[in-house]
Design a protein around this ligand. Structure first.
Ligand SMILES: Nc1ncnc2c1ncn2[C@@H]1O[C@H](COP(=O)(O)OP(=O)(O)OP(=O)(O)O)[C@@H](O)[C@H]1O
Ligand SMILES: [Mg+2]
Length: 308
């Protein structure tokens, strides 16, 4: 199947000369959840805004569902829902109306049942007759999601959907994303909460200084770059490592009471079996063994740091 979204050699230089996107290419398959990670100013919002037609690219090509997003903007845009990073600004508009209106903007027939479901899903139903200014910050964010869903988009962009929201809304958002994914909606989200990408994404892309520096299946990424650490709590403290253990990547804790062994999860052999035998032969015994795997966060911090 052709990708539902394809971005090819996209470049954006803002007026004033700042280059925010450098030859970005990306393909997204229908139904996947793609998380775009990157530090502040990396170009995430610029990329999304360009795809959604809010920012004009300097060069490059974008297709959404086979429609050229530059030449056939309307057809492409109709397929897209966008939850922007910025808060809504029309304070006097009525909550329910603004959601229904978002649907009308795309020339679609009204569908009050759908609007009701969306408002209820996002627990905005009770506020539907209120003006936007009467909503709390988190509710305004929910409203942005409601507006983006009103025309039943096939591709949904969420630009930091959970920045500054409470735990409950974050979990609501994860649930909503899961439900949309089940319906076959493609979701592209940006986030600074790596936990969120770890939770939701099928694939992860990392952007830094306007360049996509990595795109990987999330599970593979975590396996590939993930390192595991094995910690052994010793029965009796030791002062130095026995010479037979020097060939291992071992660190002795300061008090001599525990050993940590770092190994690559990608390597076929972890070396643990041999290590345990050598430990026993050297008379070093332990009473507890614990493993920790590096999180997506560790991997991300490493990547961006190395990109400096
Ligand atoms: N309208 C604009 N004119 C000039 N420069 C801009 C404009 N919009 C964004 N930039 C610059 O482009 C770069 C990328 O900005 P962008 O908003 O895409 O980053 P981001 O990855 O979304 O960051 P954040 O995590 O803070 O949301 C930044 O250096 C920003 O200052
Ligand atoms: Mg942004």
């Amino acid at each position: 199947m052709p990708p539902i979204l394809s971005v090819e050699n996209l470049e954006k230089t803002y007026d004033g000369g700042f280059q925010a996107l450098k030859s970005v290419s990306l393909e997204i398959q229908k139904g996947e959840v793609f998380a775009l990670l990157g530090p502040n100013g990396a170009g995430k919002t610029t990329l999304i805004s360009t795809i959604c037609g809010l920012v004009r690219p300097t060069s490059g090509a974008i297709t959404v569902g086979g429609h050229d997003a530059l030449k056939d903007f309307r057809s492409a845009r109709r397929m897209i829902g966008l939850v922007p990073q910025e808060m809504p600004t029309a304070p006097f508009e009525i909550v329910g109306d603004t959601v229904a209106f978002s649907r009308g903007l795309f020339g679609l027939k009204p569908k009050p049942d759908l609007i009701e479901k969306i408002l209820k899903d996002l627990t905005l139903w009770e506020k539907r007759k209120n003006p936007i200014m009467a909503l709390s910050g988190g509710m305004k964010r929910r409203l942005l999601v409601a507006k983006a869903l009103a025309h039943e988009p096939e591709v949904l962009f969420l630009d930091e959907p959970t920045a500054g929201v409470d735990v409950e809304l974050r979990h609501d958002m994860w649930r909503i994303v899961g439900e949309l994914k089940d319906k076959g909606v493609t979701i592209i989200l940006t986030t600074h909460y790596i936990e969120e990408a770890e939770e939701m994404a099928d694939r992860v892309g990392v952007i830094n200084k306007g360049e996509i520096i990595l795109v990987e299946d999330k599970k593979e990424l975590m396996q590939k770059l993930g390192r595991k650490v094995l910690t052994l709590s010793l029965n009796a403290a030791i002062q130095t490592l026995p010479p037979t253990l020097e060939k291992y990547d071992l660190t002795l804790s300061e008090d001599g009471g525990s050993l940590t062994y770092t190994y690559d999860t990608q390597r076929e052999r972890t070396g643990i079996t041999a290590l345990l035998t050598d430990l026993s032969d050297a008379g070093v015994h332990f009473h507890d063994l614990q493993t920790d795997q590096s999180s997506l966060e560790d991997i991300f911090v490493d990547l961006v740091k190395n990109g400096e």
